[in-house]
Ligand binder design. Structure first.
Ligand code: PBG
Length: 333
């Protein structure tokens, strides 16, 4: 039971807010570089850093530049990066075969990073949308995003990523049964230590818009993703999905988007106690950047506050495009 608090003036709650040092002492949560995962967009070529217009400050990088970014992350104390390929149009096909090509962008980038920056944790995305001519995360048959044949393809994709040397596989596709199928295949093929961070509670969200620009999927996508991604109205369903994915062998779970879904983060952490992450998605990044560019909010403060809120909500870490900037600010103290 909570002891009853003495009444004013015996209790003056402002006492512990009076100075920076006492505020530091009573702070309940902290944000460190160790909490961050930096998502990176990979494209073909050499020596290229191409800005993503809807995400000011975010680049599509050729593999050599992604390796440099991975080194930068390691130097800043950021433990992990997450790779997203910007696939050329000719490699986006109905059969999505590029997804499990050992030489695709994501796999080549993984090998290059592992060779040059062995200490960094590399995470990759499992879903068919960067490789599909429909922009959907699964195969489309007669207008339906089919589940089971998609899962079989996702398993091939995940195995090719494990073969390339990734540490964490991130299924973001929201098909049923994919975590179990991937976990079984990893065991069977000699990758028992590859982790799975399941995009367990991923909502059908308007906040992914800039990301779809960044990976070139915006124009391709016909319709929406509501038959596989979650309805923003639901909470209990998120817990069922998280429980299901943990029972199928996920090591960590993710809630996505982030800031509008902090209630889900809190319930997930309290219910399961598993490593819980949030993805501060492209639209959240773009909103903060756009308001800051207009002089309407202070970018640095909004960024730090938004990330601290994830920690307060119970998250162990956050995927955020702000990662290197935040880490630089935190390093200054
Ligand atoms: C694709 C995928 C998406 C994101 C991560 N993986 C987009 C989508 O589901 O349409 C979004 C990330 C972001 O918005 O920053 N499976």
């Amino acid at each position: 039971m909570r002891p009853t608090q003495a009444a004013f003036p015996a209790t003056r709650l402002r006492r512990t807010r009076a100075t920076p040092s006492i505020r530091a002492l009573v702070a309940e949560n902290t944000l460190t570089a160790g909490d961050l995962i930096w998502p990176l967009f990979v494209r073909d070529g050499d020596g290229i850093e191409e800005p993503v217009p809807s995400m000011p400050g975010v680049m599509r990088r050729s593999i050599d530049r992604v390796v440099e970014a991975a080194q930068e992350a390691a130097d800043l104390g950021i433990p992990a990066i997450c790779l997203f390929p910007y696939t050329s149009t000719e490699n986006r096909t109905a059969d999505c075969a590029e997804a499990w090509n050992p030489e695709n962008l994501s796999n080549r980038a993984t090998r290059a990073i592992k060779a040059a920056v062995p200490g960094i944790t590399v995470m990759t995305d499992v879903a068919l949308d960067p490789y599909s001519d429909t922009g959907h995360d699964g195969f489309v048959v007669d207008g339906e995003i089919v589940n089971d044949s998609t899962v079989a393809a996702l398993v091939k994709q995940a195995l090719s990523q494990a073969e390339a040397g990734v540490d964490i596989i991130g299924p973001s596709d929201m098909m049923d049964g994919r975590v179990g199928a991937i976990r079984t295949a990893l065991e069977a093929h000699g990758y028992p230590n590859v982790m799975i961070m399941s995009y367990a509670a991923k909502y059908a969200s308007a906040f992914y818009g800039p990301f779809r620009d960044a990976v070139g999927a915006a124009n391709a996508l016909k319709g929406d993703k509501k038959t596989y991604q979650m309805n923003p109205a639901n909470t209990d369903e998120a817990l069922r999905l998280i429980e299901r994915d943990l029972s199928e062998g996920a090591d960590m779970v993710m809630v996505k988007p982030g800031m509008p879904y902090l209630d889900i983060c809190r319930r997930a952490k309290e219910t399961f106690g598993a490593p819980t992450f949030a993805y501060q998605v492209s639209g959240e990044y773009a909103m903060i950047m756009a308001a800051a560019q207009n002089g309407w909010i202070d970018r640095e403060r909004a960024m730090l506050e938004s990330l601290m809120c994830f920690k307060r909500a119970g998250c162990d870490g956050v995927l955020t495009y702000f990662a290197p900037e935040v880490a630089r600010i935190l390093a200054k103290g």
